[in-house]
Design a protein around this ligand. Structure first.
Ligand code: TXE
Length: 495
């Protein structure tokens, strides 16, 4: 048996396995073989992690630390991420099979969130309220919520953690991180940097294990104040229901079936590249995947042909190689799901322009690959146009005019992202107004930033991550009334 790397949790500043000594194997999607193991936590471990976070919230150095000192810790963490980005990215690739080129850039970019929210930490201000009661001095304070649980998925574990962790810590909360059972290693490695940056013990804790075993107990835990979740919509709904039972705050970042709309007046070659990056980057395993390509009939044949021939040149291979353009699917169940959707699309009568199965190459046989796949002549009522696949399958849907484009774009339960390709400025603004989604990209796709809010309309989620207001998701407002008058006039009458 090949040597396995063992990663342990961090609870109250101490590295440890699960209470009952069980482990979960973590497999490399390119080799199909386990390469590491992480603790298989159970219900006892849930209590241990939440208790540590709760203790750190109510006593010790964290609650009495100034906001400026907190900000400094976050900025130092950002610096350490810059230093260690290459190492963390390699761990991430071994776990999730995404391209090293993309992961290295992504991890380096994560530092910006910690620098930015570190800067915001001491700009959280309340206000003085000029109330109608002249003898009262009334002011507001904005305070942290308490223990925040960050539940992250397997597609971009560290980046999606960062979107939660940076604002939550800047606001003064303490944390329990529950990473995906498929990709916990990079999060556990990242915990070394939390310690090195100087965060007090118990401020950030981790809890690895299966969501189905410990997820509900964690969300329902009475000492948890908020859950920040990214994942599938079915799991998101059950997290929301569990949080509701305990009246907890939530942010949910869920799935998408995002429309990427090409008008006949667009720069077609740019639009083709936008369509490719919208669906084949990260092997389509992103919540913002532009999985529905809406193309105006006048350029429909041309766009279908160009997208298919461009995608046909994609180089599948080892995600660690700089020449690889498409890597494997992260998990075996997800690969099965993607392949099943190919059958669904065929059964519904969609026309397969490219791919449609697994690559027939001996060097890829151990990895969890599927071919970049394109279906044309899809209609928006087909399952392939309605359900999130989360893989490299593009559905191309024709439309006649702006009205029909808007109708098809919005005819979805989701509303996470969208793209519009046009050279008409009026059309660009009008589409941006009319598309019901949290992000609209015009003549580009997949741009995100620590400065810009991100989140979903409709079933794509609740709340926003990144940007100034993301910190509000981790704060609550207290109103303080100071009576400056002498005496209490009439205790039986509300003033
Ligand atoms: O994700 P889950 P899965 C979509 C995508 C994918 C589908 C299923 O379509 O095919 O979801 O993926 C934890 N209480 N996305 O099943 O279950 C789990 O351990 C609390 C979109 O892998 O949503 C993991 O840490 N937590 C997406 C996290 O939830 C629970 C990214 C996400 O896993 C839990 C990933 C429970 N009852 C998948 N059950 C995106 N929006 O980017 C599981 N978990």
């Amino acid at each position: 048996m090949a040597e396995r790397v063992r990663f342990e949790n961090v609870v109250d500043g101490v590295r440890l396995g699960s209470a009952d000594g069980r482990w979960i194997e973590s497999a490399n999607p390119f080799t199909g073989k386990p390469w590491a193991e992480v603790p298989h936590c159970g219900l006892d471990d849930v209590d241990r992690a939440v208790d540590a976070a709760h203790k750190a919230f109510v006593k010790g150095p964290w609650p009495s630390m100034t906001a400026s000192a907190r900000g400094k810790l976050l900025r130092r963490l950002g610096d350490l991420i810059e230093r260690d980005a290459a190492r963390l990215a390699e761990i991430e690739v071994k776990d999730n099979g995404k391209l090293l080129a993309e992961m290295a850039g992504q991890v380096r970019y994560m530092a910006e969130w910690f620098h930015y929210f570190g800067g915001l930490a001491d700009k959280i201000e309340g206000g003085v309220i000029p109330t109608d009661k002249p003898d009262m001095f009334t002011y507001t304070k904005r305070e942290p919520l308490g223990v925040v649980v960050c539940i992250t998925p397997w597609n971009s574990p560290l980046l999606l953690l960062t979107w939660k962790l940076a604002p939550a810590l800047a606001a003064g909360n303490t944390i329990v991180i529950k990473p995906s059972e498929f990709t916990s290693c990079s999060t556990l490695a990242f915990m070394d940097l939390i310690a090195e940056a100087g965060f007090p013990q118990g401020v950030v804790n981790t809890l690895t294990g299966f969501g189905s075993e410990i997820g509900t107990a964690l969300v329902e835990h009475p000492k948890v104040a908020k859950v920040a979740f990214t994942g599938g919509d079915a799991t998101g709904a059950s997290v929301y229901a569990a949080a509701a039972r305990g009246i907890k705050h939530v942010t949910l970042e869920l799935g998408g079936k995002s429309p990427n709309i090409v008008f006949a007046d667009a720069a077609i070659d740019d639009a083709v590249k936008g369509a490719i990056s919208g669906i084949f980057a990260a092997s389509g395993q992103t919540c913002i995947a532009g999985s529905r390509l809406l193309v105006q009939r006048a350029v429909y044949d041309e766009v279908c042909e160009k997208v298919a021939s461009f995608a046909a040149t994609a180089r599948l291979g080892d995600p660690m190689d700089s020449g690889t353009q498409v890597g494997p699917i992260t998990t075996q169940p997800q690969r099965r799901k993607v392949l099943d959707y190919m059958e669904v699309a065929r059964g519904e009568g969609a026309r397969c322009l490219l791919g449609g199965g697994t690559p027939d190459r001996p060097d890829l046989k151990d990895g969890w690959f599927v071919e970049p796949t394109i279906f044309a002549d899809v209609s928006n009522d087909m399952r392939i146009a309605r359900e999130e696949v989360f893989g490299p399958i593009l559905s191309i849907i024709p439309f006649e005019d702006d009205e029909e484009a808007v109708e098809i774009a919005n005819d979805t339960i989701y509303g996470l992202a969208s793209g519009v390709w046009t050279s008409n400025i009026r059309r660009a603004f009008t589409m941006a107004d009319r598309i019901r989604a949290g992000t609209v990209w015009v003549n580009t796709y997949r741009a995100v930033s620590y400065l810009a809010p991100f989140g979903g309309y409709k079933k794509s989620g609740i709340g926003r991550e990144s940007g100034q207001h993301a910190i509000d998701e981790y704060l609550q407002t207290k109103c303080v009334w100071i009576n400056l008058a002498e005496g209490v006039p009439n205790p039986f009458v509300l003033r």
